[in-house]
Unconditional design. Sequence first.
Length: 88
Amino acid sequence: MLYFVLAATLGVYFLFAAVQGDYGVFRQVQIAGEAEALTAERDALVAELAALRNLTRRLSDGYLDIELLDEQVRDVLGYVRADEIIIR
């Protein structure tokens, strides 16, 4: 009888460890979800980096986009031409 109780106790312990432990089923699902979230965040950061590289290139000495430069001056410095009317 003692052997059956010991075997059942060990079985329950190993079953619990397989489901709830550090390398259990629930932990593997959690790790997969975290990996998907981090992959989505990485993709968003790559897209943001590409946009910033594009803006940097458009404002560089070799390729100057006058309209983008004008937009940045207006946004950052608050520049307004004398012939413009501002409506707030």
